[in-house]
Ligand binder design. Structure first.
Ligand code: EZ4
Ligand code: CO
Length: 405
């Protein structure tokens, strides 16, 4: 069997997605997600100009060798553009292998460790009341875990809230230049414990709660927040601080028992090696797309398991349904699976482009048994939705200093 052709599609059914299709000389094909939010076309160029010519004629069944060839063989290892491009190809190769074997990908990974995948949803709001009303709606839908984000009084357009357009920023696709938002650490720190205080008063402790700091605190500030939130028993605090310096997490860890999660911007195990070995985190959020595919994710999961770190893959809607399906297969298999972020199956438009094998059932995702990843990509539908340049927002402090968004 040989790789005959590799196609790269960019479609915007609500937001931009980069989809890879690896086609073999025997008619079997595989699909992968190579979407990098706000930098989509860089990945397309990397694939078309630098990867695809090297793949033609190779045996698609040699997944490990192809992965090593694209990673080590490029000399320029790592980085989000490179790893998203490799991730798209790698997923497509696992899809092909599953189709050849007539087995779902989780069977190729080692089989099921569980029957379904526990998820957490998102409750956002402009006020505590609105956020908690949305929490109540998710509990009614069966969610066992929910992430709470709320606008900070005195700041406009805070991360995780609805902004002026009143819809979730992830689903917007018309920001041809990056919008700017303001941040104040002190306003945030003085407000956020009250959100969780009221959540626990109103809904008790049966529902698991999560909060995403989106990397806006220094380690000692994050340590303080972790301490303030301890009474509310979070499942985890996400991206409490950037971990470009992995040692910084020791500061947070030394001060608080609030569990910590990080990793949605990680690209390789090297971004997390010290965090894992030092047991400085509890959940690793690296995504299959941005971490170079299923091949490295399996290794990272096994490595993390040795240090009591559980997998909680990024599940934002800027990952395509192909990545969400890849995560479902990994999550069903991984002995150290923790929880999956999940904010719904998207719009009719999105579902006209991708069909997937996932369904939501009372707080869990179920995965239908289909060979490979189980996703279909409808090329004619996809072609209706042209790429639109769109950026994530940028954050500044109130004095104008550029900050982490
Ligand atoms: O900001 O996916 O946990 N989820 C997140 C996301 C990220 C975006 C970045 O592209 O923090 O909403
Ligand atoms: Co996040």
């Amino acid at each position: 069997m040989k790789i005959q052709e590799v196609k790269v599609f960019v479609s915007c059914p609500g937001r931009n997605f980069v989809t890879v299709k690896v086609i073999t000389d025997e008619g079997v094909y595989g699909l992968g997600d190579a979407t990098l939010n706000g930098r989509e076309m860089a990945v397309v160029a990397y694939l078309e100009e630098h990867i695809i010519p090297c793949l033609l004629g190779r045996d698609p069944q040699q997944i490990e060798d192809i992965w090593q060839y694209l990673y080590k063989g490029a000399y320029w290892r790592k980085g989000p553009v490179t790893m998203a491009a490799i991730g798209g190809i790698d997923m497509a190769l696992w899809d092909i292998k599953g189709k050849i074997a007539g087995l779902p990908v989780y069977q190729l990974l080692g089989g099921k460790s569980r029957e379904s995948v526990m998820v957490y949803g998102h409750a956002n709001g402009e006020t505590i009341k609105e956020t908690l009303d949305n929490l109540g709606k998710l509990i009614d839908q069966g969610f066992k875990a929910v992430r709470l984000q709320c606008a900070i009084p005195g700041l406009e357009g805070t991360y995780g809230t609805l902004g002026e357009k009143k819809d979730y920023y992830e689903l917007q696709s018309d920001r041809p230049l990056p919008p700017e938002q303001l941040w104040s650490t002190s306003k945030y720190m003085n407000f956020i414990p009250e959100l969780f205080e009221q959540a626990r008063q109103q809904y008790g402790y049966a529902v698991q709660l999560v909060h995403d700091v989106h990397s806006r605190l220094t380690p000692i500030e994050a340590a303080n927040l972790g301490k303030l939130l301890e009474p509310y028993k979070l499942l985890f605090l996400e991206d409490a601080s950037p971990a470009d310096n992995q040692d910084g997490y020791q500061i947070i860890r030394n001060h608080t028992t609030t569990p910590l999660a990080i990793g949605e911007v990680f690209n390789t195990v090297w971004d997390a090696k010290d965090l894992i070995v030092n047991q400085a985190i509890d959940y690793l959020r690296i995504a299959s797309t941005h971490g170079g595919g299923i091949t490295p994710l399996k290794k990272i999961a096994n490595f993390a398991d040795m240090f009591n770190v559980r997998m909680a893959p990024h599940g934002a809607p800027d990952l395509s349904p192909i990545c969400h399906a890849a995560h479902a297969h990994l999550n069903i298999w991984a002995p150290n699976f923790g929880i999956q972020e999940f904010i719904g199956f998207g719009t009719e438009k999105l579902n006209s482009v991708f069909s997937h094998p996932l369904s939501f059932d009372n707080g869990y995702i179920r995965l239908q048994d289909k060979p490979g990843l189980g996703v279909e990509y409808h090329e004619e539908e996809a072609a209706k939705y042209k790429y639109k340049r769109s950026y994530l927002p940028v954050t500044r402090l109130e004095d104008g200093t550029l900050w982490f968004w």
